[in-house]
Design a protein around this ligand. Structure first.
Ligand code: ADP
Length: 180
């Protein structure tokens, strides 16, 4: 049903304003995906998946996982800033950090989908086990996008290697990723 028709036939309970009702209605119907990862740093591969995710979902939440046992090249604030700056003009993209299970985060932010990129058979095998587990534990669906041929070879670890050895990493990452 069209929301205007619905509202015309609806008498609002005292505690609900029309505005809050519309917000709640939209939130319920909104398709939100969480794109989880380390993003150490974000690459043109991630960028491509997020851009394409925006055309499929109402909102894409890029979620930077924090794992106390993992060593990162870039501090969390920097990884966050790189992504925020890369999508500064895209209102459908939100960037957050999280700890714990991705499905718990999805429940918290009201996301019904997890977005992941697939580069190769190794990614598939790894992702398959996680997606099956997540479906056993929740109703959240994982949506996979095949990576663009032009960026499928890029990984954050290659970017870090190029950086460590003083190579030109700028062709592998969005403009917001710059190291002084
Ligand atoms: P993780 O620590 O979960 O592997 P990454 O930051 O490496 O986090 O990757 C996050 C997601 O981005 C994963 O779904 C991964 O497959 C995808 N991804 C990584 N590199 C690329 C790429 N070059 N093209 C498309 N997707 C990619």
């Amino acid at each position: 049903m069209n929301i205007k028709n619905y509202l015309n036939n609806y008498s609002f309970p005292a505690h609900l304003t029309e505005r809050s009702f519309v917000e709640a209605y939209k939130t319920k119907r909104m398709k939100t995906a969480v794109f989880p990862g380390s993003f150490d740093p974000i690459t043109l591969g991630h960028y491509d998946i997020i851009k394409r995710g925006v055309s499929l979902f109402d909102k894409v939440i890029v979620a930077i996982g924090v794992n106390a046992e993992k060593k990162y090249m870039f501090p969390l604030e920097e990884r966050l800033r790189f992504i925020q700056e890369a999508f500064a003009t895209e209102p459908k993209v939100e960037v957050i950090t999280y700890e714990g299970l991705t499905i718990d985060l999805c429940r918290k932010v009201g996301a019904g989908f997890i977005l992941r990129g697939l580069r190769n058979p190794a990614d598939f095998e790894f992702e398959k086990a996680i997606a099956h587990t997540n479906r056993q534990l929740s109703k959240i669906e994982t949506v996979f996008l095949l990576t663009a041929a032009s960026t499928s070879y890029i990984s954050s670890s290659i970017v870090r290697d190029v950086l460590r050895h003083g190579g030109d990493y700028t062709i592998l990452v969005p403009d917001s990723v710059r190291v002084k």
